[in-house]
Design a protein around this ligand. Structure first.
Ligand SMILES: C[S@@+](CC[C@H](N)C(=O)[O-])C[C@H]1O[C@@H](n2cnc3c(N)ncnc32)[C@H](O)[C@@H]1O
Length: 232
């Protein structure tokens, strides 16, 4: 894959090597130390991953959060951004990391931070819980985030809840990214955000499968605010 190797070069050798192995579909090491076969669909594409990476690097975002870890494709792109920026933290929420994904995402993240010049074992945190509970806990703990990537359970109501709770963690200029705009459920959430969240403005990217918004103001809607929105 010479073109992909070129595209991944800015990430550095260690991150590129992990991603090439993942995209090649090679068996991956789990938390039990054994190799496990992986499916070829649970992942961000290379272009989506590079867009996430560039959003972090360009905006120098050092506090990252992700809903949905799985094999860790997106996590590797995000950790590589922190490495390039010179440090930061990435928190990944996933209740099924050990049961459904053999701990492969966590194993990659811990391996990459363990051999990093700029990141430490505290640069990556995995929360083994559902996003609706974990995001509320993070808000209670006073956590703020510069970028939240939402790629967990993809039903309309779950993603709308993820967005609503993630928005409370996002300060001025903070970014929220939704994955899988090919799904009607995600299109409907994006449509709601466009019409009903004037505190967020859409950010254009080359990836049609990502929906990216930036916080541009406070949530000043009154108690009965509602603007009708198209479902797609
Ligand atoms: C499409 S995968 C994420 C892929 C990952 N972003 C990547 O690029 O490699 C969806 C993930 O969401 C997780 N998930 C499902 N329900 C969830 C929930 N309620 N809260 C957080 N994560 C959830 C699944 O276990 C799975 O790991």
């Amino acid at each position: 894959m010479p073109m992909e190797i070129d595209e991944l070069a800015p990430l550095g050798d260690r991150y590129r090597d992990v991603l090439l192995s993942l995209y090649d579909g090679e068996p991956q090491r789990g938390a039990d130390g054994r190799l496990h076969a992986i499916d070829g669909t649970t992942r961000v594409s290379l272009a989506e991953g590079m867009t996430l990476h560039s959003l972090c690097v360009t905006n120098r975002v050092t506090s990252l959060l992700e809903v949905g870890l799985a094999y860790g494709f997106s996590t590797v792109f995000l950790l590589a951004a922190l490495e390039r920026i010179g440090g930061g933290t990435h928190t990944a929420i996933d209740p099924f990391q050990m049961t459904d994904w053999h701990g492969i995402g966590v194993t990659h993240a811990n391996g990459l931070t363990a051999h990093s010049a700029t990141l430490t074992s505290r640069s990556f945190i995995w929360i083994e819980d559902r996003s609706d509970r974990a995001l509320v806990d993070l808000e209670r703990a006073g956590r703020t985030c510069g970028l939240v990537f939402i790629d967990g359970y993809h039903r309309f109501d779950d993603v709308l809840v993820d967005f609503t709770l993630a928005a409370r963690l996002c300060g001025s200029g903070g970014l929220i990214v939704l994955h899988d705009m090919w799904l009607d459920s995600i299109k409907a959430v994006a449509s709601f955000v466009r019409r009903d969240r004037p505190d967020f403005a859409e950010v254009a990217t080359a990836c049609k499968n990502l929906f990216v918004v930036r916080r541009v103001g406070e949530d000043e809607r009154d108690w009965s605010h509602f603007v009708d929105f198209p479902l797609r």
